[in-house]
Design a protein around this ligand. Structure first.
Ligand SMILES: *Cc1c(COP(=O)(O)O)cnc(C)c1O
Length: 405
């Protein structure tokens, strides 16, 4: 069987009717003439042609087919097909990292004179692109409090090109009402980009809620086993072909076919892993609330979360992350982290191994104290990414660490 860029998976006609677990295991699979059951890794940068005429036709686009792996690769294409299917998107493109994908989604559609409106609570590098990089190229950016609908209305009373939000947000797991912001964004002529890393496509579907573009760090839950970096952009074909494809082709943040393969295999267990880790997280959040050294717990699945109603409306379940604050400040938070015996101290997340970090001194250290305060963040907060260890082991570890202060 000869493959080319536009090859549809063999089962395309029935794929859309599959439930999520089936899409995750079988979506986008293309088999070679060898009939392999596991997706093949095409670790190749180039492609050979049957004739000089064919080479010319491929390069001119008259004949469909692979020409160079900076443009497209069969293993990467399988991952793109699988992700598009599970997100319900027309088209997906993979990049070498989450930021490779998100920076492309933000920069490629903008021209000097455009406006970008973003929520304040963003992943650090996303915030840096909006606050520092885009303005250097003549793109004006404005930050709003993601939960203040009046602020969104005011910011989007003027035309804008893009709106960027993250829900649940990092690190305090705040909710932004995706459907409501989508409506305002569209009135302003803007495209809504949602960074859906924390929710994963298992628990939240931004495109169904009205977003135009969903972006992911596949490094997190999609690989889910802490091995490779990758990112994804999902949206309408017209948008991807006009803005995203030329940018990816000519600037070159292409994912390694090997890394794409690792993510493909990771996706097969995404539903199982996310649901299991979420069940553990819900149980740990309940236990944390009871500990006398804990001041506050932010878990989207708990009814005492300040934005529980919005989370409940748009997200299924509470997810795999918990933020909790300790009675005290940096010294007490550090003491708890240093007393952990099972949970690792790491700024990564979405791993099978449970990981905890102190956002103020690590992931969010680039923000000024004022910017941190605007987000409701202070030195007392710890972010916990819940993995797949036994719930009793994790509970025991957290409780003994909290007892240390
Ligand atoms: C990790 C992360 C990113 C960046 O992804 P990389 O794969 O590390 O480049 C972007 N947004 C969120 C919410 C993340 O957690």
């Amino acid at each position: 069987m000869r493959w080319n860029c536009k090859d549809k998976p063999m089962t395309k006609r029935t794929e859309n009717d599959w439930t999520l677990p089936t899409k995750l295991v079988r979506g986008g699979t293309m088999r070679s003439e060898h009939g392999e059951t596991s997706e093949a890794i095409f670790l190749t940068s180039g492609y050979a042609y049957d004739s000089a005429e064919q080479a010319a036709a491929r390069m001119s686009g008259d004949e469909e087919g692979y020409v160079y792996s900076r443009y497209a690769n069969p293993t990467v294409r399988m991952l793109e097909e699988r992700l598009a299917l599970l997100e319900g998107a027309e088209t997906c493109r993979i990049a070498a990292s989450g930021m490779g994908a998100i920076s492309t989604a933000l920069i490629a559609p903008c021209s000097a004179g455009d406006r970008v409106v973003a929520a304040k609570a963003l992943f650090g590098s996303c915030r840096h692109i909006c606050s520092t990089i885009l303005p250097r190229y003549g793109v004006e950016t404005e930050f709003v409090d993601g939960n203040d609908m009046a602020a969104w209305e005011k910011a989007l009373s003027r035309p804008a090109r893009l709106v960027l939000i993250e829900s649940p947000s990092n690190p305090l797991l705040e909710a932004v009402d995706i459907a409501a912001v989508a409506e305002l964004a569209h009135k302003a002529g803007a495209l809504l980009v949602v960074d859906n890393v924390f929710a994963t496509p298992v628990l939240q579907k931004p495109l169904e809620l009205g977003a135009d573009i969903a972006v992911y760090s596949a490094t997190k839950h999609m690989d889910g086993q802490g091995r490779v970096l990758a990112g994804a952009i999902l949206g309408r074909s017209e948008f991807i072909e006009e803005f995203i494809d030329p940018w990816l082709r000519h600037t070159g943040p292409a994912a390694s076919p090997f890394n794409a393969w690792v993510v493909l295999k990771g996706l097969e267990t995404l539903d199982l892993r996310v649901r299991a880790a979420s069940a553990t997280a819900a149980s740990l959040a309940d236990a944390l609330v009871e500990h006398p050294s804990v001041a506050r717990v932010h878990y989207p699945g708990r009814s005492d979360h300040p934005h529980h109603a919005i989370h409940q409306k748009q997200m299924e379940g509470g997810g795999t992350l918990i933020a909790f604050s300790i009675k005290g400040a940096r010294a007490e938070a550090f003491r708890v982290l240093n007393a952990l015996k099972l949970v690792d101290i790491s700024n990564n997340l979405g791993d099978t191994k449970s990981l905890a970090c102190h956002p103020c001194s690590t992931t969010h250290r680039a923000l000024s104290e004022e910017e941190q305060a605007e987000m409701g963040l202070d030195e007392s907060w710890i972010r916990l990414s819940v993995g797949l260890e036994g719930v009793d082991d994790l509970k025991r570890d957290l409780m003994q660490a909290l007892d240390a202060i």
